[in-house]
Design a protein around this ligand. Sequence first.
Ligand SMILES: NC(=O)c1ccc[n+]([C@@H]2O[C@H](COP(=O)([O-])OP(=O)(O)OC[C@H]3O[C@@H](n4cnc5c(N)ncnc54)[C@H](O)[C@@H]3O)[C@@H](O)[C@H]2O)c1
Ligand SMILES: [Fe+2]
Length: 387
Amino acid sequence: MAVNRFVLNNISYHGSGAIKEIPGELTRRGYQKAFVCSDPDLVKFGVTAKVTDLLDEAGIAWKLYSEIKPNPTIKNVQDGVAAYQASGADCIVTIGGGSSMDTAKAIGIIAENPEFADVTSLEGVAPTKKHAVFTIAVPTTAGTAAEVTINYVITDPEKVRKFVCVDVNDIPDVAVVDPDMMASMPAGLTAATGMDALTHAIEGYTTKGAWELSDMFHLKAIEIISRSLRDAVAEARSGQPGSGREGMALGQYIAGMGFSNVGLGIDHAMAHTLSAHYDTPHGVACAMLLPVAMEYNKPVVAERLADVARAMGVDTTGMTVDEAADAAIAAVRQLSADVDIKPTCDGLVEADLDQLAEDALADACFPGNPRDADHAAVVELFCKVMA
Ligand SMILES: NC(=O)c1ccc[n+]([C@@H]2O[C@H](COP(=O)([O-])OP(=O)(O)OC[C@H]3O[C@@H](n4cnc5c(N)ncnc54)[C@H](O)[C@@H]3O)[C@@H](O)[C@H]2O)c1
Ligand SMILES: [Fe+2]
């Protein structure tokens, strides 16, 4: 067997009320002041305060940084590094979706490795020497799993591109996955971020580097997400908490344990490009591309897609491998439709296709795809999500 590396959080907490563990995780290590990274809406809606109130109760000082937009930019990171340095903080607590957590991860890395202050030099596998500032990550969406991944994604608005940074030094030390932190998500955000998580699990299961240990996480994640997402969206609509939200909190984390270690594929490469050009929410971009990417990859991963169908609860008895793979693609389309995700991308026009394909081919997720694709093939795939 080839040598495979696996990186996970040192400690993770799961379940309703898990955020109560945060003060103790800081004080037992002697940290004095937390740099709290969260986005402006989460501050406004009182989600960030659920954690900062606990810090106050425990007498732990903190300084807020919230200049973070969805699909965070180089400037969000650089301003954050300056704010961190001015704050006198000795640790980071990040509360938010992938945008807040990714910004915090980049800030924590640059604070300890200032030679990467330009941010863009972190793209790809970044040769940083020091581990990021001690970080506790608290997700408020059930999707990106940035709390357990060694990746972060930053947008370069000048070049109209998102870039992925991969670095074992950036994994948050502690993840606190508390479904109560996700309870205020509206239905649309629950659906989009949940489909991001499903995309992680399916791309992670079919990516080139997949192996038995990562398979274990991805199959379980597909199973939990497929049975939980519709309920989570219904719970978001009704405002009633339930097992859907809890399942999504866990399922997305398990997907992250897998894909962070083996990579993704063409869906994410193309999704990053759509978000950079049209500010498409990440989960929406992933969801609309998922059946398209599965169809494209089917000739080389049909058996694996048949496993995906079974993990999604499809009874494949009597089906050929080909039929079972098609059933997986149909099940994904149905799930997307059931949670009201549009199958086409707003803003996508023919004139942009060449540039989009070029950017997707250059994305760090692209080499993980199990089937090669040239420029013309990627243009054709983008056409399939054009309205
Ligand atoms: N690091 C990784 O491994 C990884 C993986 C996938 C995606 N990403 C990146 O993560 C980003 C997307 O993150 P995201 O999908 O979690 O969304 P997000 O962080 O961009 O947040 C989207 C919106 O949802 C709001 N929101 C978040 N939680 C909420 C809650 N509980 N209640 C109400 N509103 C809430 C935010 O305020 C924001 O306006 C993208 O930049 C993507 O590229 C990173
Ligand atoms: Fe993603």
